[in-house]
Design a protein around this ligand. Structure first.
Ligand code: NDP
Ligand code: SSN
Length: 293
């Protein structure tokens, strides 16, 4: 199967490499074109523009930072829309809001193409290991065509129905995740500032009902002040913002998410946006007294 791949950031690079490893022929494009070279070394070919990739491939996947990027790659000059048409599918796996996804879907369909949104749960390591959870919605026939690729990229894929359902599900999941990260950060800070060992707190948490892979993975590196980005904080804040907007649209009160969003915003304003989202701990421990991390 031949696929195009637009966007070679933390996630896109790992996903495209995974497809290559599993025998897919992959044509890649990235805004910063030099980043394509790592994938070329693994057997990819390069398309000079998103339109060139779509012209070459029946199926094109995108993994881009945010709604602005997702729209730009489709609608701008040399974008996806210039070459999409009958017999071609476009699959956007970026985390965006339902309105962005619907706008892309309508434009692609108007040109005769098929569109699927397919955001993912899981971060850099699951992307490298093909262990993502895929939250797809939109064109069911395109979803069926994509199953061989999804089987390589993920451990499970869901088809959630109409366009927007995948985007919304992803935002709900990340809203919960961001709030949990804030709760963990506050807990570590409270333990530290009240004379307890934060490491012992992690050990206790890991043996109880709130044990989870995220606390287990991120907790120890947070205590070392190490925030090598797997999921950049700026993207978590974007997801919180989009989830809060979904809450606004549906009159759902979300005070915990709103407070968490403030902490992520604060972290961004302190220049922590490109670090891992667990760097929000730096803001929350700063709000307390001493830190012994
Ligand atoms: N990292 C993670 O753990 C996860 C991330 N996600 C989501 O996946 C998406 C990608 O995340 P991730 O790989 O971490 O992000 P990165 O920041 O590492 O990569 C972002 C990608 O988007 C491109 N890009 C940004 N702005 C534009 C633009 N205006 N036009 C064209 N391309 C643009 C970048 O190009 P360039 O190289 O030129 O800057 C890069 O290829 C995001 O929506 C994120 O929320 C979902 C699950 C997990
Ligand atoms: O969007 C990013 C999600 C990160 C994760 O699920 O670990």
């Amino acid at each position: 199967m031949e696929v195009g791949f637009l966007g070679l950031g933390i996630m896109g690079k790992a996903m495209a490499a995974n497809l290559l490893r599993h025998g897919f022929r992959v044509t890649v494009w990235n805004r910063t074109l030099s980043k394509c070279q790592e994938l070329v070394a693994l057997g990819a070919t390069v398309g000079e523009t998103p339109a060139a990739v779509v012209a070459k491939c029946s199926y094109t996947i995108a993994m881009l930072s945010d709604p602005i990027a997702a729209l730009s790659v489709v609608f701008d000059k040399n974008g996806v829309l210039e070459q999409i048409g009958n017999g071609k599918g476009y699959v956007d796996m970026s985390t965006v809001d339902a309105a962005t996804s619907s706008k892309i879907s309508e434009a692609v369909k108007q040109k005769g193409g098929a569109f699927l949104e397919a955001p993912v749960s899981g971060s850099k390591k699951p992307a490298e290991d093909g262990q993502l959870v895929i939250l797809a919605a939109g064109d069911k026939a395109l979803y069926d065509d994509m199953v061989p690729a999804f089987d390589v990229l993920g451990k499970k894929s869901f088809f959630l129905g109409e366009i927007g359902s995948g985007a919304k599900m992803k935002l709900v999941v990340n809203m919960i995740m961001g709030s949990m990260m804030n709760a963990l950060s506050e807990g570590l800070s409270l333990a530290d500032n009240s004379g307890l060992s934060p490491q012992t707190l992690l050990d206790v948490l890991d043996l109880g009902a709130v044990a989870n892979p995220m606390f287990k993975l991120k907790g120890p590196s947070m205590l070392k002040g190490s925030y090598n980005p797997a999921f950049p904080l700026k993207h978590q804040q974007k997801d919180m913002r989009l989830a809060l907007s979904l809450g606004d649209e549906n009159a759902v009160s979300m005070p915990v998410a709103a407070a968490s969003n403030e902490a992520f915003k604060k972290a961004k304003s302190l220049g922590l946006g490109d670090l891992d989202f667990s760097a929000v701990y730096e803001v929350l421990k700063g709000a307390g007294g001493s830190s012994q991390a």
